[in-house]
Design a binder for this molecule. Structure first.
Ligand SMILES: NC(=O)C1=CN([C@@H]2O[C@H](COP(=O)(O)OP(=O)(O)OC[C@H]3O[C@@H](n4cnc5c(N)ncnc54)[C@H](OP(=O)(O)O)[C@@H]3O)[C@@H](O)[C@H]2O)C=CC1
Ligand SMILES: O=C(O)[C@H](O)CS(=O)(=O)O
Length: 484
């Protein structure tokens, strides 16, 4: 059992139309702790019939929910926010147990997740339309904002709380209902959030949480004409597939996909600040973050000094069970994640990389891995093109600004980018030329509820959070009044 103050938060059934249900065939999925493989819970392995019932329930709930005023929706969202924060510790324990991140990071993620609910509780009251100056005297031009309808969401294991509320909160604020399929490795946080939404007074069917086969559930969600919106966070490969599956019904899409963030340190940077930024960007969630620094470029004059400072900071990280006091690096999500980090390290060393620290599985065993720094990185190495999604920091050396911008932009991804410099002209030049959706300037942490989160190129479509986040769940209807 998990050490919860409120054991009711540990849900082992799925939520459809306000009912907590087992799978029709009684099958289950097991949920294990990445830290030690221990069985935590079992959740239903739901399939296509259950998914169809969830969509029907969402459509019925949305028909009523869209009639609520923005202010009424705001009240319920605020209650949900307050319940999430009141249960922050229990939610963090559940999150750390199923995902692995240190408890301090999990508490931070719960607060981050709640911040989207708080933000969209306010935005719910601001679904402004337009009145445009008519080009003809006898006409009036009005634009209404209306909810898109039933929204489906498919979310990843790396942020089991924030990736859900970053979709659900704007959807509910806009007047939509949602059918959510969380990652099979981390379903418990999603189910707990569903239970808290119920406690907040959400109408039955407004928020449905399905656990089970991604393929089976995904097929029904993408094929159903009742589902007018799909929001996905995960790999570019799956995002591409879901985009294709959604094409026959022309769904509105939000895709938050893979990244390959460059992190650039110019010779005029505050090196201590740059090391601090690199640590938070690279090693948050043990590097299992789509916006983490995947390639670190350091200007030649400061390369060795920066490398030495970074290694000292990396060696101070405490690898351990996320529930153990003082742990600052948890396990990776699974053996596949470990294999990818090992593949990138072996490839780099075989191509001339210089290991500065780490480099192998941690003595704790399982999916624990030593935080690693490799110097003398080159474009020929796998991590120059692929997202490592693990605690590996490759250091590339560069000489001039044009060279590093070309290198940074040499990727099919364009989610986030970072750089450290105290030169204002250079800051504007680099910020404007980096090909990505988000840029951190003298900071390695850009994620919050106010900034529009999203990428370009093959990192996705749309923006989440911010004043733009609700637009993903709204349609603009143009009214043309004539004969006036
Ligand atoms: N941009 C981002 O924020 C993220 C990017 N990634 C990238 O993706 C890589 C793999 O991570 P992973 O979690 O496996 O990401 P996936 O893209 O495989 O999974 C993300 C979500 O999509 C679901 N899913 C997978 N396949 C299908 C399908 N055919 N139809 C419908 N849903 C599907 C998964 O369900 P299930 O769990 O049941 O398989 C999960 O809920 C990482 O190494 C990283 O590069 C991963 C997470 C977040
Ligand atoms: O999927 C992710 O990695 C998250 O979007 C990262 S963040 O929002 O927590 O920065």
């Amino acid at each position: 059992m998990l050490p919860l103050h409120n054991p009711a938060l540990l849900r082992q059934q799925a939520l459809i139309n306000g009912q907590w249900l087992d799978a029709d065939d009684g099958q289950h999925l097991a949920v294990h702790k990445p830290a030690n493989g221990e069985l935590i819970a079992r959740v239903p392995a739901m399939g296509q019939a259950e998914t169809r019932r969830a969509i029907t329930a969402a459509a019925a709930a949305q028909a009523q929910w869209k009639l609520q005023t923005g202010k009424a929706r705001s009240v319920l969202l605020r209650r949900w926010y307050e319940l999430i924060m009141a249960n922050q510790q229990d939610l963090a324990v559940i999150l750390t147990s199923e995902q692995g991140k240190p408890l301090s990071e999990a508490r931070g993620e719960i607060a981050y997740a709640a911040s989207f609910v708080d933000w969209f509780a306010d935005e719910a009251k601001r679904g402004y339309g337009d009145v445009a100056p008519s080009p003809q005297a006898d006409k009036r031009i009005v634009v209404l904002k209306q909810p898109v309808g039933v929204a489906a969401a498919i979310t990843p294991w790396n942020f089991p709380a924030a990736m859900i509320t970053r979709k659900a909160a704007p959807a509910f604020a806009a007047g939509c209902a949602m059918v959510l399929k969380p990652a099979s490795q981390t379903p418990l946080t999603a189910l707990a959030l569903g239970w808290l939404a119920e406690q907040a007074g959400f109408p039955a069917g407004l928020f449905n949480v399905l656990t089970g086969s991604a393929t089976l559930i995904g097929e029904v969600l993408t094929a159903s004409p009742l589902v007018r919106k799909l929001s996905f966070t995960g790999s570019t490969e799956v995002g591409r597939q879901l985009m294709a599956q959604s094409a026959p019904t022309i769904k509105k899409l939000s895709l938050e996909l893979g990244g390959n963030a460059p992190f650039i340190v110019f010779e005029d940077a505050d090196l201590d600040a740059a090391v601090e930024g690199a640590m938070v960007s690279k090693f948050r969630n043990a590097g299992q973050t789509c916006v983490c620094a995947n390639r670190i470029y350091v200007q030649r004059a400061v390369y060795e000094r920066f490398a030495a400072k970074l290694v000292a900071a990396v060696q101070a990280l405490q690898v351990g069970d996320g529930m153990a006091p003082g742990s600052t690096q948890g396990p990776l999500i699974d053996a596949r994640a470990v294999a990818k980090v090992e593949e990138h390290i072996a490839d780099a060393l075989a191509k001339g990389g210089r290991l500065l620290c780490g480099g192998q599985r941690h003595a704790l065993g399982g999916s624990f891995f030593e935080p690693t720094v490799i110097a003398d990185a080159s474009p020929a190495m796998l991590f120059a093109r692929e997202e490592t999604f693990g605690p590996l920091a490759p250091l590339f050396c560069f000489d001039d600004i044009d060279e590093v911008i070309r290198a940074a932009n040499d990727s099919e991804f364009g989610l986030a980018g970072y750089f450290y410099s105290r030169d204002l002209a250079r800051a504007w030049q680099v910020a404007e030329q980096l090909e990505c959706g988000m840029v951190g300037i003298n900071t390695g942490l850009i994620s919050n509820e106010v900034g529009p989160f999203g990428g370009i190129k093959q990192s996705g479509l749309g923006r989440e959070g911010s004043r733009y986040g609700m637009d993903e769940y709204l349609e603009s209807k143009y009214l043309c009044f004539g004969g006036l």
